[in-house]
Design a protein around this ligand. Structure first.
Ligand code: KG4
Ligand code: ZN
Length: 346
């Protein structure tokens, strides 16, 4: 049976989530950066549809995301993506329990498109609107099609953020440490650009690294004061210096990529493992676009043989998608209807 909610008066609590006895169908929308996505998720875990329209081919021309272009493209794509998400799931909109969208952090113009769409749907169908934090959503991607339960340590690595979290409960995510400068995805994309790869270069650098020799070059590990903090801007500068040293000659792209990837993955692995050991937690989850990385996944999944349970979202749920947004609305529940909420940037 699907839980039936009327849109509550402002400030009233909306109770969906694991404590709800009835099934909850959440319609999620994600437009924080360069992916327009809509999804329907049952009880925070079962993905009934997840439609993604990517703008990457357009932004590639400019070497990065152009905010105004992103907002305009979301506007063009949003209605089609919403319709397709409902059709693929075979769900009538009036049977949706609640509508939600990413409210931030992200590009304000882009966020406004998804948030206004979800608010409008909530008014049309007289159901609650829930505003979702993009970072919480990335963590919740680990619940999609799995049985993962808190507590666990989560390494969140995306284009805009890098942090180690202690997920104490579904609605309690505590930040233990974060990057002091560049995010991992940003370091990947900037270094890829120095190597002449097109935007977003992270995935290409990852592929090249797999055929390189990681021992040909060595980047030194960044030292930070905080136990669980990171710093990646020095690595990017070291890569620039190394690339320049070839002075117009042929650059061993694969080997540099492999050395870069080894440095990043080792740093992330060591710090996350330290957090897990310090807190006596043997469950580790990866989240965010960079969690799609081959070497990072390999290092962590090897821990499965050492008494750890390791989780990482399916590749399509690592980068931005609306299923994780719907899951987050469900699991971080008990939130009031939030029609008056504003979007926010990083
Ligand atoms: O989570 P996401 O889709 O967007 C943000 O919230 O930032 O992450 C995008 C980031 C980009 O920097 C992209 O280059 C990186 O994830 N990325 C990767 C890989 N796939 C995506 N970085 C390294 N290896 C990959 N396989
Ligand atoms: Zn993201």
């Amino acid at each position: 049976m699907i839980k039936e909610f009327k849109k509550p008066l402002s400030g009233q609590k909306v109770f969906i989530g694991p404590s709800s006895k009835e099934d909850c169908l959440v319609f999620g929308i994600e437009t924080s950066c360069d992916e327009t996505s809509a999804s329907i998720v049952l009880n925070g875990r079962k993905v009934l549809s997840n439609v993604i329209s990517s703008q990457i081919d357009t932004h590639k021309i400019y070497g990065g995301v152009v905010p105004e272009v992103a907002a305009r493209m979301h506007l063009e794509a949003i209605n089609g993506v919403i319709g397709e998400a409902a059709e693929t799931a075979g769900i009538e909109m009036q049977n949706i329990t609640a509508f939600c969208s990413t409210a931030g952090p992200g590009l304000v113009g882009a966020l406004l498109v998804g948030t206004n769409a979800a608010k409008t749907l909530s008014m049309i169908y007289d159901k609650p609107f829930i505003a979702v934090n993009h970072l919480n959503a990335h963590v919740c991607a680990n619940y999609l099609n799995t049985d993962l339960e808190p507590p666990f340590i989560c390494l969140l690595i995306s284009g805009g953020h890098t942090m180690i979290m202690k997920v104490n409960d579904y609605n309690n995510q505590e930040i233990l440490g974060e990057t002091l400068d560049d995010a991992v995805g940003e370091a990947y994309d900037k270094t890829a650009r120095l190597l002449g790869l097109s935007y977003p270069g992270g995935i290409q650098l990852d592929k090249l690294a797999q055929s390189g020799d990681k021992s040909k070059f060595k980047f030194t590990e960044a030292k930070t004061d905080g136990n669980y903090d990171f710093s990646f801007s020095g690595l990017k500068t070291a890569a620039l210096r190394l690339i320049k040293s070839f002075d117009g000659g042929s650059i061993p792209i694969e080997d540099i990529s492999a050395a870069f990837q080894e440095n990043v993955s080792e740093t992330l692995f060591k710090k996350t493992l330290r957090a897990a050991n310090d807190f006596g937690i043997n469950k580790i989850a990866l989240a965010g676009g960079v969690a799609a990385n081959f070497e990072i996944r390999r290092k962590f999944f090897d821990l499965s043989e050492k008494g750890f349970k390791v989780y990482a979202p399916e590749i399509k749920f690592c980068t931005d998608n609306a299923a994780m947004v719907a899951s987050s609305a469900y699991f971080l529940s008990g939130i009031s209807d939030e029609l008056d909420i504003e979007v926010f940037s990083r």
